[in-house]
Design a protein around this ligand. Structure first.
Ligand code: MF3
Ligand code: CO
Length: 259
């Protein structure tokens, strides 16, 4: 069942989202050559606490960290480590899910260390645009498949790989709620969207094929062909006026209205 959130719940999710945006702004300068992914995770963890939030990943199925930090051919669920030292030319995906007063927001961004070459910049922009196109479909009366199809179309238009084995999800009191939001699908299919539904939409793309595997640590998801991967995620509420993005600044929300 896809839960409909009331105003109070949505307000709490908005607060969670606004705080996540601040955390990303605060840690962005750390995503640079010489920083370890564990240092970034520790900075995220202390900010989550400072803002009165709770990590939803720490303790989740034995996961020990407050973020997932995935570098280059790691697609998602990269485990922060003192051994992973960022260097120029790394493509770094930071993913954080945390709650405020019991309600979650989930957010991921792709960062490039240094000046991205043209083809990589284009690749990252494609993932961002696919996310925007998916979000644009999160409107009452649309179908869940409209979101998936819009994402797929944008990614395939430029020939990138779309990860099939992981997906977005409903979100609320729990990090993962129904429904599963695939990044491939057919428009006009699936449940009808209604105001008050909340979704974490998260395209995961590769510069190669979509095959991935999980490494020995049980978490790290890597591309089989070692190609670079991108990942971006926003938490969105379906409202009568269209999608409301909780994990962007108000200005960015206004900009997304014109997509
Ligand atoms: N934030 C991730 C998501 O979007 C969840 C990571 S699961 C973890 O679903 F346990 F690995 F952290
Ligand atoms: Co998510």
């Amino acid at each position: 069942m896809i839960t409909i959130k009331n105003k109070v719940a949505i307000r709490k999710m908005e607060q969670a989202g606004a705080r996540l945006v601040e955390i990303f702004q605060e840690i962005a300068p750390l995503v640079k050559a010489g920083t370890t992914t564990l240092e970034i995770d520790q900075a995220i963890e202390s900010r989550i606490k400072a803002k009165g939030m709770e990590s939803k990943t720490k303790g989740y199925m034995g996961y020990q960290h407050s973020s997932c930090i995935s570098v280059n051919d790691v697609v998602v669920h990269g485990v922060p480590s003192a051994k992973v030292v960022l260097k120029n030319g790394d493509l770094v995906k930071v993913d954080v899910c945390a709650s405020w007063n019991g309600y979650c927001a989930d957010m991921a961004r792709s960062f490039y260390v240094g000046q991205a070459p043209h083809d990589v910049a284009r690749f990252i922009e494609n993932a961002q645009r696919a996310l925007n196109k998916g979000i644009e479909q999160a409107r009452p009366g649309n179908r869940l498949g409209d979101i998936s199809a819009a994402i797929q179309k944008e990614i395939e238009a430029e020939g990138y790989g779309i990860i099939r084995d992981f997906a977005g999800h409903g979100i609320g009191k729990q990090m993962h709620e129904e429904p599963e939001i695939l990044n491939v699908g057919s428009a006009g299919q699936g449940p009808i969207l209604r105001a008050g539904m909340a979704f974490a939409i998260e395209p995961m793309t590769t510069m190669g094929t979509h095959d991935v595997y999980i490494t020995d640590d049980g978490w790290t998801v890597k591309t089989a062909d070692k190609s670079l991967a991108a990942h971006v995620e926003d938490t969105v509420v379906v409202t009568e006026n269209g999608p409301k993005i909780l994990t962007r600044t108000t200005a960015a929300n206004a900009a997304s209205d014109s997509l």
